[in-house]
Design a protein around this ligand. Sequence first.
Ligand SMILES: NC(=O)c1ccc[n+]([C@@H]2O[C@H](COP(=O)([O-])OP(=O)(O)OC[C@H]3O[C@@H](n4cnc5c(N)ncnc54)[C@H](OP(=O)(O)O)[C@@H]3O)[C@@H](O)[C@H]2O)c1
Length: 371
Amino acid sequence: MQMLAAMRSALSLAQHGIGICGHNPSVGCVILNSDMQLVSSARTGYNGRPHAEQIALKNCSSTINGGTAFVTLEPCAHNYKTTSCASLIVNSGIKKVYIACLDPDKRTSGKGISILKKGGLEVFLGMYESTAKDLNRGFFSRIIRERPQVALKVASSLDGKIANPNGNSKWITGELARRHGHMQRATHDAVLVGINTVLKDNPTLTCRIEGLEKQSPIRIIVDSALSIPLACNLIKTLDKTPVYIWTSKKSDENKKDQLNKLGVNIIELTQDKAQKLVLLEGLHILANIGINNLLVEGGGKVAASLLSKDLIDKLFLYRSGVFLGGDSISSVSKLDIQKISLEKKFLRFSSRELEDDIFEEWKNVDLDKFF
Ligand SMILES: NC(=O)c1ccc[n+]([C@@H]2O[C@H](COP(=O)([O-])OP(=O)(O)OC[C@H]3O[C@@H](n4cnc5c(N)ncnc54)[C@H](OP(=O)(O)O)[C@@H]3O)[C@@H](O)[C@H]2O)c1
């Protein structure tokens, strides 16, 4: 097997683990023997354990003396319960290790490579580095920026509207686009909406693709006055995945108690001068509980608040062939900024057809700067 193909294979394995590794990065590992033949491969296990290297080393089909390992992230130098992956590799007989990128976690960063080198192995860093970082961008964001990567999902009409004047947003896009949206939920750790969306749509925000239900993200509602109805679908489905409500310190104590008793997590956030909840504070709290990737599903006001503060990293835009007109609800409501710049803020990096709809992915022009 060629070396580049081996690393691509490791990256592909890691890609399949996005959404199921908890707060851990999803890592792929491929091991070749001294004849460069494949003897093992693995990705990080469910909830982040065991690590990819541990599984791959355990499952080798033949001897790996003098072999080469390809790992998408620096092997760990720390592992609470077992030996670190770097030490396992040193003791395995492997002689060369190709690593796509360094681990930003201070407990490992550079130290994993040090263990390998001290063990007498040859180490090569940087093969497909940007692909590997991109794949675990949410993890990098949590460690480096202390907030998750934030993606805004919008299902809109051709004129950028997300609901008709009555607030009805059901069925703007078709079946395939909606299923695609459910897949986004499966690959994100948390999903967030504003309270108006809960009141209008009564969503469950779970992933309803057969077999992936367990990958439903935790659900976060931005609701300063605790207006959430106790009988809404989010609360009815608390047994499926947790609900967090971001609210103000002034919201009703009785309602807080009622919600707490039902099992809802209440998080109190500071309010700004305009009495809006400070969403960045909420994002830091999410990072503290291990959320790498957050999917914002609207509505327009929440989208506007996040965009005003430059807190949207990616856009997932689903557009359908319908016009809803000027009275309808805009995908982004009034932007709270003094001067609108016409400079491009997002770059389109992919687009495809989903039956009659168009799906586009855009990324913030500054997104790569924090690495
Ligand atoms: N097609 C789609 O993709 C899509 C997706 C989602 C929603 N929708 C539609 O969008 C409509 C709802 O959108 P919306 O713009 O009216 O409301 P929204 O964004 O869902 O909720 C806004 C509310 O969240 C609360 N909030 C608290 N802190 C905030 C902050 N920092 N920034 C912004 N909001 C904050 C405020 O209520 P409190 O002051 O009471 O806390 C605010 O009024 C519905 O009709 C829904 O069907 C469409």
